[in-house]
Every structure is written in structure tokens, then in C-alpha cells.
Ligand binder design. Structure first.
Ligand SMILES: Nc1ncnc2c1ncn2[C@@H]1O[C@H](COP(=O)(O)OP(=O)(O)OP(=O)(O)O)[C@@H](O)[C@H]1O
Length: 768
């Protein structure tokens, strides 16, 4: 690249930055005006709320006026927020207006055209696109195309063009720090730069360096089920976040950020990724962990979390065949069949009681239910029963309203309470005083019978928990599950329920049964459902999620090699299972094999841990070899750990000591906390502090650290292949440095001949 070309490009950056600067000035004054208007309305509003509430006529008028003002305030606030967002975007753009340039020549044109691509579009006052949004249709060729004839997708169909040049920029604070031309999708140099940076407390967007296969994930708008299987550090999480930004742009008119939900592995992760979308000028999608979702659905029950189960599994042997069946698609099908065929006399109806007495008996409820045709879906039948009960309740309210106690109560009302019962909406509605009194009497009774109303509305008259026991007793078993084992499952479930607990395994089928019989549970508003770390979800859970978000397109991402909670599976077999279980029209599998997070030596080591690790392609970023530190007793091991932490802290922003379990994390914390600024993270933590952290690996899912120290990778702690996923996940959290501390002989997973000794630095303590 010649210096004159560089100077020309810098001139253009200066020009664009100046234009953006002008726009910032204008938008700032728009903001000030909007803010002033809002302040005035708010002032007015607060004056109005102190008006006379006693005169009925005034009250009606004031309330209408207030409603109008409230609407005005919300409109003005929204307007102010939009301007604020624009300002933020412009300021960001001014610092770094773009990262790419493409020169294209459309068919029939005689001269090429240069387009610049950045995180958002910028159009000058003469409608010239000085910067194209990275999500614009034309921008896709920046990510996908090599020089020559290329095609890109537009709303009007596929377009062809000739791609003549592709240039990348690194612009900071308005200065071009680096630029080069490339024929690759997005050149390695730029990527090297991005990946060499130190870890931040939150994840960064990757729009300047999206790789081709990641781009496929981001821009897929056709699949109903998109399954991404990618090795650790291959950018799955990054890709989904940019995908969300892309979808919001692509379907601007009919998709809102809160119609997208992401199931994330833990709260730390939720916080870690929370800056990416705002950095692209978009609002964050909804985020929820599986535990939060289930807790919300099972109010009053303590649902076991994945982490609690993982810890429990370490203590007692697990019957995998049994668990596999309980979490399978087959079990969910059995639930469905059961719900659709269960005769009314086997449904566990319960009395609705009031004041210690039966208000609607279960027999009465069953009789109502039986009136509706058998062929109707059970939830519809249930709904009709609810409606019939509501009707009966209404009659009983009307009867009760005539009772003496109600009339006595009305007689004792003062004027204000009387008006309150009547409510603003009904003022002047009744011609006769009797009608008015009757109305109030019914309101009073309705309030008194509120718990009955709630029980009907919420369907509390069917005991879903006992029904689930009935289902379990009825459930057809596969050959490899014995009746005795099944009895223990039933007994354990009943015991848990008695103590208001629920095992994770039971959560999905129980919810499914409840929804199918009672109705509800489905959120029809969600348009996209994303599940990160899908390998930690059972098929039953995924089926339930699809049921809970029936209109949502699914994007499931995971790495079966990082399965902490179950066995490894091939991507193809996962897709096949999902295809048949979820029954979607268009499904697609994208596999990512290139790992970006870690240095070359760390990825080389991590992949050697896996039986089929040679499929993983390490990104060529140089770094130190992983270091194995071996000590033979706890005392010296902790000394060695302290010394490693000090060394790492000197060069790394975040150092994580990763353990297998919470018990180990507590132990490490106990030993080291006086020596460093050390934080032990638990599943209630929401943000990652700088410095040294210690946490069990399952809480570090999806996260990354400059330096990772794996605590006690001894043969005793990691005895066999069952632990491969755990060790691989730990190793693959490291970006720049990896240290493995072993107390006693090293795990055979590391010491086996599979891992060339030349790939490691080994520091041994000599025994006397
Ligand atoms: N195209 C890219 N450009 C720059 N950085 C990238 C790119 N792709 C991935 N990265 C970086 O690589 C790291 C790993 O990405 P990410 O966390 O998205 O991977 P993942 O597949 O979700 O990992 P895991 O399954 O191990 O949690 C992050 O630091 C991310 O910023």
C-alpha cells in the first residue's frame, strides 16, 4: 500500500468524521429540545396530580386528563431515548467510522464504486451513503466473497457484481492505525490483532472480523431450526449475538428485541455478553437461565439446578440408562399420549375450598369436565370446565349478594368507600339506587370469594403433581429399564414433592403434562429462541422449550465435547434426533471447527485431550506452551499455586483458577484469600471482577480468561474418560496462558502418550 493511498484514506476518514461531528451537534440540540419538552410536561403532570379528588365530576375529568398526560410523557420519553441512542451511535461512529471497504462494479457500469462498511450506516445530508451498515445486503460480500464475480442476497432477489478490491481498516479515535488489502474473506492479520487483545470484563462485538462460516449463521433467515455445533472458542456465542443484531435489522418492522429470548448457561455469562448488542446500537434480547425459567414456572417448589445435579452426581453413581429414558423424546411422547387418552375419571381433580368448606367439590368439577366431548383436546376441555365454573361462581355470587351480612356491610360504608366500590367507570351508570347497591354487593362478595376465583382461573382444581405420579405409574418402559428401578423413580419423585422439591429430570415432563392438561404455559409472542450450550439440555427440555415458545424459530448452539453433564454425541446425530423430536420444516446444521479463543499451543493441547480432537483447527496465534506443575502434597501445591498466580497476575488482566466442584473452589479460596485480591464466584454472582477469581468449571461455561490455572488435574481427580469434557472445557477457557496444577500423579488424560510431551512445559518437584 502506498503512502499516498494511506493519506487519501485518512483524508476520507477525516471528512466522514467531520460530517458525523456536524450531525452530532445537530442531534445534541434535538436532544436538548426533547429533554426540555419532557421536563415541562412532567412538571405539569405533577401539578395536576394534586387536584381535588373529592368531587366526583372533577375526579372523572382529572383521571381522563391524567391518562392523556401519561401517554404524552411516555411518547416524549421514548422520543428522547431514540435521540439518545442515535447520539451514542454517532459518537461511536465518529471514533471508528468503518472497518472495511469494498470496490465493486455492477453489470453495465463503466466505473467501480467504493463502499465503506461500519457498525452502522451514515448517510450525509445529500443522501450519500458514507458508511454502510455491516448488515446491509451488499455488506455480505465483504464477509463472504473473494475477488471476482460475487452474488449477494437482496429483498429483490439475488444480485451479481464484480468485487474488485477488499480493504480492511483498524481505525481508533479517528486515526487509521492499520490498513491492508486482502483477497481472503476477512484476513488473518486483522483477526490476529483482535484476538491478541486482553480479555475485557465483557465480550466485544466481532463485526469487523466475522468469518465466512460465522457469517452463514448470522445471516440465516430461512431455517426454522438452526443447529450450530462448534468447537470451544469457535465463536458460537459471538455469532448468535451478531445474528440477533442482524435479525433485528433485517426484520426491523416486525421484530422487537424482547421477542427474542436467549437461554444462557449462567448469570455471569448473561452479564458477560450484555454489552455486545448495545455496542451495535441494538437493545438486548431477553435472557434467562434454565434454572430461572423453571423456578418461575414452579412457584413454591425448589427445582434442582444443573449445578446441584452435577455436584450430586459426583457423590453417587448415576444410572445413565434410567436417566436417559427420563430425559428422552420417548418420555415426552408418552406424556403427550397419556394426556390425550387419560379418561376423566382418572384425572386428579381436587375440591375448591373456601373458609374451610368445600365450595366446588371434585365430583362436581369432574361432572362438568365429562360433559364436554372426549375428542376435544384436554386443555380445551379444561378451559371449558373453567368457564363453566366461573359461570357457577357468578350465580353463587349473585345469590350471596342478597345475604344480610353484605347489606350490613354496605350500610356501614362511608361516602368515599362507597364511591370506591362503585369505581370511576360506573359513576352515574345506574338509574335505580337498588341496582347500584346490588352492583356493590356483588363486588363485595366477589372480593370475599377472590381465592375461589383465583383457584378457577389458575386451574388449581387439578393436582398436576399427583397426576404426574399417575402418569409415571402408567408409563410404558423400554426394555433396558426395570420395573424395580422405575419404582424407585416414582418413590423419589413423591418424596421430593412432599418436601416441595423437584429433581431437574422431572421438570420438563411435569411441565409438559401440566400444560397439556390444564393449558397455558405457551408464549406466542417470542419469535426467536436461542439456546447456548445446548449440550447441557436434555431432549425432553428442548421439546418443552419448543412447546413453550410455539411460534419461535430455534437456534441451538453447542459443543458436545464440552458436555459436563452427559456423554458426547456427533453433530449429525444430534440434528437427526432434534429433527424427529421437534418436527420442524426447515432445519440446518452448521459446524464450526476453527477455534479462535486460545493461542495455538493451548488449542493444540486441548484438542489432544479429545478422542476426535484432530477435527479442531487451531488459529495460528503464537504463545507459551501450557505448563504442568506437579507437587506431591497439598502444602507445597498451594505454595506453587500462589507462586503461579503471582506470575500470571503480572501479565494478565484476569486469572481464573478453575476447579471441578464447589468444594474444591472453597478449599482454594480458604488457602489463598489472604494473599491476593481473590474472589470466589458462585451461581448468584452476576459480574466478573478483574484480578484473580476461583470458580467451578460449570460456572465458567461460555466465559474466557487471559490466564487459566486448572486446579488439581491429578489422576485421582480426573481418573478416566468420563472427565474428558470437564478437562477440555477448563483448558479451552484460556486465551493466552494455561497452567495445570496436579497434586500427585497427573491424570492419565494428560499423561497418556496421546499428548506429545513437547506440547507441554512440565515442572516437577523432586521427591526426597
Ligand atoms: N470472527 C471473529 N473475530 C474476532 N474474534 C472472534 C471471532 N470469532 C470468535 N472470536 C473470539 O473468540 C473468542 C471465543 O468466541 P465465543 O465465546 O463466541 O466462542 P464459543 O464458540 O461460544 O466458545 P465456547 O463454546 O468455548 O464457550 C471470543 O473472544 C471471541 O471474541
Amino acid at each position: 500500500m502506498t503512502t499516498s493511498e494511506e493519506a487519501q484514506e485518512q483524508q476520507r476518514v477525516d471528512h466522514v468524521a467531520a460530517q458525523i461531528g456536524e450531525r452530532i451537534d445537530k442531534t445534541t440540540s434535538d436532544y436538548t429540545a426533547a429533554h426540555k419538552e419532557l421536563r415541562n410536561v412532567l412538571k405539569n403532570y405533577s401539578e395536576n396530580t394534586s387536584v381535588n379528588w373529592f368531587e366526583v365530576d372533577d375526579r372523572i375529568e382529572t383521571s381522563a386528563e391524567l391518562q392523556q398526560q401519561r401517554a404524552l410523557v411516555s411518547r416524549l420519553t421514548e422520543n428522547q431515548n431514540i435521540i439518545q441512542d442515535q447520539l451514542d451511535t454517532f459518537k461511536e461512529l465518529q471514533r471508528s467510522p468503518y472497518f472495511g471497504r469494498i470496490d465493486i462494479q455492477d453489470p453495465g457500469e463503466t466505473t467501480p464504486e467504493s463502499l465503506y462498511i461500519g457498525t452502522a450506516s451514515f448517510v450525509d445530508d445529500d443522501q450519500n451513503f458514507l458508511v454502510y451498515d455491516w448488515r446491509a445486503p451488499i455488506s455480505s460480500i465483504y464477509y463472504n466473497g473473494v475477488l471476482g464475480q460475487v452474488a449477494y442476497n437482496t429483498p429483490a432477489g439475488d444480485q451479481q457484481t464484480d468485487l474488485l478490491k477488499k480493504r480492511q481498516f483498524l481505525i481508533k479515535d479517528g486515526q487509521i492505525e492499520n490498513m491492508f488489502d486482502t483477497n481472503e474473506t476477512v484476513g488473518d492479520e486483522m483477526l490476529q490483532h483482535a484476538l491478541g487483545e486482553q480479555n475485557d470484563a465483557t465480550m466485544q462485538n466481532i463485526v469487523a472480523t466475522i468469518q465466512r462460516e460465522q457469517n452463514d449463521i448470522i445471516r440465516d433467515t430461512k431455517s426454522d431450526l438452526l443447529v450450530v455445533q462448534g468447537v470451544a472458542g469457535s465463536g458460537k456465542t459471538s455469532a448468535i449475538l451478531q445474528r440477533i443484531a442482524f435479525l433485528l435489522y433485517h426484520s426491523r418492522r416486525d421484530l422487537e428485541a424482547d421477542q427474542i429470548v436467549l437461554f444462557s448457561p449462567n448469570r455471569l455469562f448473561s452479564h458477560y455478553i450484555s454489552d455486545v448488542l448495545p455496542s451495535l446500537g441494538e437493545r438486548n434480547m431477553r435472557q434467562v437461565t434454565l434454572a430461572e425459567f423453571l423456578t418461575q414456572r414452579f412457584q413454591g417448589l425448589k427445582v434442582q439446578t444443573q449445578f446441584e445435579r452435577y455436584e450430586a452426581d459426583q457423590q453417587a453413581p448415576v444410572n445413565h440408562r434410567l436417566r436417559d429414558f427420563r430425559e428422552s423424546a420417548a418420555l415426552m411422547t408418552a406424556v403427550k399420549d397419556y394426556c390425550h387418552t387419560c379418561p376423566a375419571d382418572e384425572l386428579k381433580f381436587t375440591d375448591i375450598r373456601f373458609d374451610g368448606r368445600v365450595f366446588f367439590s371434585k365430583e362436581e368439577i369432574r361432572d362438568i369436565y365429562e360433559q364436554f366431548p372426549d375428542a376435544t383436546a384436554p386443555a380445551d376441555r379444561f378451559l371449558r370446565t373453567k368457564n363453566a365454573l366461573e359461570k357457577r361462581l357468578k350465580h353463587r355470587i349473585a345469590d350471596e349478594a342478597k345475604a344480610d351480612w353484605v347489606r350490613d356491610e354496605i350500610d356501614q360504608l362511608n361516602d368515599e368507600d362507597y364511591h370506591n366500590w362503585l369505581g370511576a367507570n360506573h359513576l352515574g351508570e345506574f338509574e335505580q339506587l337498588d341496582d347500584e347497591i346490588d352492583f356493590i354487593a356483588r363486588q363485595i362478595v366477589r372480593k370475599r370469594l377472590r381465592s375461589v376465583d383465583d383457584a378457577i382461573y389458575n386451574g388449581y382444581f387439578l393436582d398436576a403433581y399427583s397426576q404426574y405420579t399417575a402418569f409415571l405409574k402408567h408409563c410404558p418402559l423400554p426394555d433396558d429399564v426395570s420395573a424395580d428401578d422405575w419404582q424407585t423413580v416414582i418413590a423419589a419423585y413423591q418424596h421430593d414433592i412432599e418436601f416441595h422439591r423437584l429433581a431437574l429430570t422431572d421438570a420438563a415432563p411435569l411441565l409438559y403434562l401440566r400444560d397439556l392438561l390444564i393449558g397455558g404455559g405457551a408464549n406466542h409472542r417470542m419469535q426467536h429462541l436461542f439456546v447456548d450450550e445446548m449440550q447441557d439440555y436434555s431432549m425432553a427440555q428442548l421439546i418443552y422449550l419448543q412447546h413453550a415458545f410455539p411460534r419461535a424459530k430455534l437456534t441451538l448452539l453447542g459443543d458436545s465435547e464440552q458436555a459436563l453433564f452427559k456423554a458426547v454425541e456427533s453433530p449429525e446425530s444430534i440434528l437427526k434426533k432434534l429433527d424427529s423430536a421437534l418436527n420442524v420444516k426447515r432445519s440446518r446444521l452448521i459446524t464450526l471447527r476453527r477455534s479462535y479463543r486460545s493461542t495455538y499451543p493451548i488449542t493444540t493441547f486441548a484438542k489432544a485431550l479429545l478422542p476426535d480432537g484432530d477435527q479442531i483447527e487451531a488459529f495460528n496465534r503464537p504463545g507459551d506452551l501450557p505448563k504442568v506443575v506437579i507437587r506431591y502434597d497439598e502444602d507445597t501445591a498451594f505454595k506453587a499455586l500462589a507462586s503461579e498466580v503471582s506470575t500470571e497476575l503480572a501479565t494478565s488482566g484476569t486469572v481464573a483458577i478453575l476447579t471441578k466442584s464447589t468444594t474444591e473452589a472453597k478449599r482454594v479460596y480458604q488457602e489463598l484469600h489472604g494473599q491476593f485480591d481473590l474472589t470466589r464466584l458462585t451461581d448468584t454472582d452476576r459480574s466478573l471482577p478483574k484480578g484473580v477469581v476461583v470458580l467451578p468449571i460449570y460456572l465458567a461455561k461460555g466465559l474466557e480468561f487471559d490466564s487459566v490455572i486448572a486446579y488439581n488435574v491429578s489422576a485421582e481427580n480426573y481418573p478416566d474418560e468420563q472427565m474428558t469434557g470437564t478437562l477440555y472445557t477448563i483448558a479451552s477457557r484460556a486465551m493466552h496462558h494455561l497452567t495445570l496444577l496436579s497434586i500427585g500423579a497427573v491424570s492419565p488424560l494428560i499423561a497418556s502418550g496421546k499428548i506429545p510431551q513437547a506440547d507441554l512445559t512440565i515442572e516437577h518437584e523432586f521427591q526426597n
